[in-house]
Design a protein around this ligand. Structure first.
Ligand code: ADP
Length: 278
């Protein structure tokens, strides 16, 4: 099992977030970015009961990197992931994946785009209980009307270590094995980016590390781009870079994160000592 978090040197710095605004984001945009969120705000409810879940968040996610979005409960992590993945529409701002502005797509085109270009790994795995492991892995291709290459299904299953489980039903697998199926399903269509929302929250620490190791290898060996949402420093420490959210705003960016430094960041956020300009 990999021990990625321990490989990082301690003493890394939290940087304040870059200034927001469409002009800034456009000037800092790069072809190397898989995903960009530009001045994204998201509010729920009406005037009297309005929740500003995200406020003017601008961030880029470079290709071939693992980025974690971390912060205290309710800070807007899941909302940011939902908006960045095109599962929810921002109230303001724009989201770009591989150069396509998702906020300008019709509902139908957005749905096709997500199927073709985006992979998802959620805590609630959404595996179909009546389908075998192989059928679950191939599901994104089938839903998209694409040919299912069984050799490719076996190859991806092998990459996540479940090649010998292909005929089984999800309910007969352990939690860790089910999460491997979910990762294989996210990888099968070779998406431009994989979004993972608390993918290890329901797993015990040993299995959790194995699943994070898989996501890490998808980045390092398959050159995937992964955006991971978590509240846990030991999970976020697997990332190349951690975005810290606080009250819906980007509060800081930690490069080469380590668990102790991230735990300190969370403590400071909880105490209201926010890094950067939030
Ligand atoms: P996190 O993932 O960091 O725990 P969320 O993104 O789930 O935070 O939520 C951010 C804020 O937005 C919270 O105050 C939450 O209650 C609120 N929120 C999230 N989704 C909805 C919704 N569908 N309707 C109303 N409020 C919501």
């Amino acid at each position: 099992m990999a021990t990625r978090p321990d490989k990082h040197q301690s003493g890394t710095q939290v940087h304040p977030p870059p200034p927001s605004g469409a002009g800034q984001a456009a000037s800092s945009s790069s072809a190397a970015d898989a995903v960009q969120v530009v001045s994204v705000s998201k509010s729920y409810g009406h005037r009297t009961h309005r929740v500003d879940a995200l406020q003017d968040v601008t961030a880029s996610f470079a290709r071939g990197t693992l980025t974690a979005v971390m912060g205290l409960s309710g800070c807007g992590k899941s909302t940011l992931l939902q908006c960045a993945a095109g599962l929810d529409k921002p109230t303001a701002g724009s989201v770009h994946i591989g150069g396509t502005d998702l906020t300008r797509l019709s509902r139908r085109k957005l749905s096709v785009f997500r199927r073709e270009r985006v992979g998802f790994v959620f805590q609630a795995l959404n595996l179909v209980p009546t389908l075998s492991v192989a059928e679950n892995i191939a599901l994104p291709l089938r839903l998209d009307g694409r040919h299912v290459d069984h050799k490719r299904v076996r190859e991806v299953a092998g990459q996540v270590g479940i090649a010998d489980q292909l005929r089984r039903l999800p309910d007969t697998l352990s939690g860790g094995q089910r999460q491997r199926v979910a990762i294989a399903r996210a990888l099968i269509a070779d998406p431009w980016v994989i979004f993972a929302d608390e993918p290890t929250a329901a797993l015990d620490p040993y299995i959790s590390d194995a699943v994070l190791d898989l996501l890490r290898r998808a980045v390092d060996e398959l050159h995937q781009t992964v955006v991971l949402v978590t509240h846990a420093p030991n999970v976020a420490a697997w990332a190349d870079r951690v975005l810290l959210l606080h009250h819906g705003r980007l509060a800081g960016v930690r490069e080469s994160p380590d668990p102790a430094g991230l735990a300190g960041d969370l403590r400071r956020l909880g105490a209201g000592q926010v890094a950067g300009n939030a």
